[in-house]
Ligand binder design. Structure first.
Ligand SMILES: Nc1ncnc2c1ncn2[C@@H]1O[C@H](COP(=O)(O)OP(=O)(O)OP(=O)(O)O)[C@@H](O)[C@H]1O
Ligand SMILES: [Mg+2]
Length: 351
């Protein structure tokens, strides 16, 4: 099996022993050997796809702990095994804590083969899991955008088809009412009743369309839409609501992520209605360092740590995924003394 190895070792004899051991373990090793801080930094800059780093513990002016720090700072996820003649048990625990995958004593090099196999396999498994996670996230984003498009299409169809039919029916009822001579009370009552039913149906269709694709978002822009949604919430649940917005944001039209922000906001209000038992909700939108900060605070029972990871609950996961999909951040925490605070931070050029 091919193995690209960055070997941090100042003794050429020891380096040869390590390589011989690896070859005996069936690895075709492509190696670069360095033994200084600069050497390691340069090697990591030159290539980032090393399969493995093996590091001696003590080198002149350089140690395995230094190597681990450089590796962590580089952000690269390469397994590092320490091969040492001198490392004591305490130090071994330290380096494992600092992120080393394993340590092998130079007088027991036969352990190197299995240690390397282990490290490489777990690195591969981790890469697979991350890759899978990334693909799931992309799928989530894709499904979300398909869903928004479908909602908009359904809203349009309902508006054009059913809305049109209801309006026509309403005109017909009016036409009949005008020609009704009023001599048959039952007919007059029926016509009144039909008129009322039609009005209710028209209001109902309007509400469904608005739920599917809030036209305020298109008509008035994000912040007016948020304010409108909060007002709807206040009317429905009788909760005292405040909306505070940066003066600079007030006149803003939509930013490129309006629908995402709006959906997260809707879910946060849903959650407050469902779980918080709050009597007050405060929403604020401010602009800070090229980003939009939206915070939603309630004075309810407060979210517990366990409920953040509830099985079968998808609201928080959805909010988090939506935020991540647009390079934003999402945090929800219990407020000391009661209540819950949700903070959404998204990069927003237009605002
Ligand atoms: N504002 C809040 N105050 C108190 N608890 C909250 C609040 N928001 C969320 N929670 C807790 O967090 C849990 C997870 O929320 P989440 O939105 O993920 O799921 P859900 O609302 O239970 O179900 P759904 O999948 O329908 O959204 C909730 O069940 C609730 O216990
Ligand atoms: Mg929810």
């Amino acid at each position: 099996m091919k193995l690209t190895l960055l070997l941090l070792e100042d003794s050429n004899d020891d380096a040869e022993l390590v390589l011989a051991e690896l070859e005996m373990g069936g690895y075709a090793v492509e190696v670069e050997q360095v033994y200084t801080r600069q050497g390691m930094v340069a090697a990591l800059a030159r290539r980032q796809d090393w399969d493995l780093i093996i590091s001696d513990h003590n080198m002149p002016g350089f140690s395995s702990i230094d190597a681990l720090l450089i590796l962590i700072n580089s952000g690269l996820d390469i397994p590092l095994i320490i091969v040492s003649g001198t490392i004591g048990e305490e130090m071994a625990v330290e380096v494992m804590k600092a992120g080393a995958k394993d340590y092998v004593m130079k007088d027991n090099l036969s352990r190197l083969g299995p240690a390397v196999k282990n490290a490489i396999e777990s690195a591969q498994a981790k890469r697979c899991a991350l890759d899978y996670q990334q693909r799931l996230r992309e799928l989530g984003v894709h499904l979300e955008s398909v869903r928004e498009q479908e909602r908009a299409a359904i809203a349009r169809d309902i508006h054009d088809e059913i809305g049109g039919l209801l309006t026509a029916l309403k005109m017909d009822v009016r036409w009949l009412a005008r020609r009704n001579d009023g001599t048959t009370g039952e007919i007059t009552d029926k016509l009144d009743c039909m008129g009322e039913h039609l009005d209710r149906a028209i209001r109902c269709v309007r509400r469904i369309i608005t739920d599917l694709r809030p036209s305020v978002l298109d008509d008035l822009g994000l912040f007016a839409a948020l304010e409108w949604q909060l007002e709807e919430f206040r009317k429905r649940y009788g909760v005292d609501c405040r909306f505070r917005i940066d003066d600079g944001l007030k006149s803003c039209e939509n930013c490129e992520h309006s629908i995402t922000v709006f959906r997260i906001f809707q879910e946060s209000l849903n959650n407050i209605a469902k779980h918080a038992r709050a009597t007050r909700v405060e929403v604020s939108a401010i602009r800070k360092e090229g980003a939009l900060l939206l915070s939603v605070e309630d004075n309810g029972v407060g979210i517990s740590e366990e409920s953040k990871h509830k099985h079968g609950s998808y609201g928080l996961i959805g909010m988090n995924e939506r935020a991540m999909a647009i390079a934003g951040e999402f945090r929800i925490t219990a407020i000391e003394g009661g209540g819950t605070r949700l903070v959404l931070r998204i990069p927003c050029q237009k605002t």
